[in-house]
Design a protein around this ligand. Structure first.
Ligand code: DGL
Length: 276
């Protein structure tokens, strides 16, 4: 049995958690969502670098994971090294799937769909220079899809027109007409896979990093074979718990923690069932 802590700003990391649950590894997974600060894609880099390592460190001190998965591109591309420096266990980040997107493209035109923060980061520039130098890369940054994924997880209807408008720039112009693969570089977006397919003007391949991150986490943590399951969830804005409860209990969460939303990020009393 290997204890893992999966972290995201909101529900996006559940796409990575789902990939971990799809493996035959004996995970016991706790999940931490910084819902008080959502969306990360609109926050200043310096603020995220100051907050994310301290938050993860405080919760990891309580829950003692053997591996931490930063299931958030916006945090990984800026704060991965800082988190690693503070924790005594392996930390796995999400990497925008630019390399597999370039490899899968036949036309040589790929899209990178991410938050406004991730899409313009040096980390993303570097991945494109190393792995997609021969491609035309259309970058689109949006927080609309983050909000839509959050709404979907709360059982609300997804606004397909908003999804269509958000992804329209991928398909514009001469290059857009040839685009055939899109790298989903925000963990919220795979939660909208059906809506992305429905909203796209034509069929393209939508790639995400969930399975690769799950494999990497299993490797670095030497997670043994077995049946994975989830345990606790901690939220920095616990007031939103009730709306999320169906999506969370469907994944098997059975305990809830309120994490104070500022340093020292201590955990309030946590319960073995949903708060009333
Ligand atoms: N899920 C996150 C990511 O992968 C961030 C969404 C947000 O908070 O803006 O980038």
């Amino acid at each position: 049995m290997t204890r893992a802590l999966v972290f995201d700003s909101g529900v996006g990391g559940l796409s990575v958690l789902d990939a971990m649950l799809d493996t035959d590894r004996d995970w016991r997974i706790d999940y931490l969502a910084d819902t008080a600060w959502l969306p990360y894609g609109e926050k200043a880099d310096a603020d995220l670098v100051a907050r994310v390592p301290a938050l993860i460190e405080a919760v990891a001190a309580e829950w003692a994971p053997e591996v931490v998965v930063i299931a958030c591109n916006t945090a990984s591309t800026i704060a991965l090294d800082a988190v690693r420096a503070r924790l005594p266990v392996p930390v796995v980040g999400v990497v925008p799937p630019i390399k597999p997107a370039a490899a899968a493209s036949v036309s040589g035109v790929i899209g990178v769909l991410a938050t406004p923060a991730t899409v313009q980061r040096p980390y993303t520039d570097d991945l494109i220079a190393r792995f997609a130098a021969g491609c035309t890369v259309i970058r689109v940054g949006t927080t609309v899809l983050v909000a839509q994924a959050e709404a979907k997880a709360r059982g609300q209807a997804v606004d397909l027109a908003a999804v269509r408008a958000a992804i329209a720039p991928l398909f514009e112009g001469e290059a857009g007409a040839r685009l055939d693969v899109v790298a989903l570089a925000c963990t919220h977006f795979p939660l909208l896979r059906d809506e992305l397919i429905a909203a796209a003007p034509r069929a393209v391949t939508w790639l995400d990093s969930g399975a690769a991150v799950a494999r990497r986490a299993a490797d670095v943590a030497h997670a043994p074979e077995g049946a994975p399951r989830v345990r606790r969830i901690g939220l920095t804005a616990p007031g939103g718990f009730r709306e999320l409860a169906p999506a969370l209990s469907a994944r098997g969460f059975d305990a809830f923690a309120a994490v104070r939303d500022r340093p020292p990020f201590d955990l309030d009393v946590w319960r073995s069932q949903s708060p009333a």
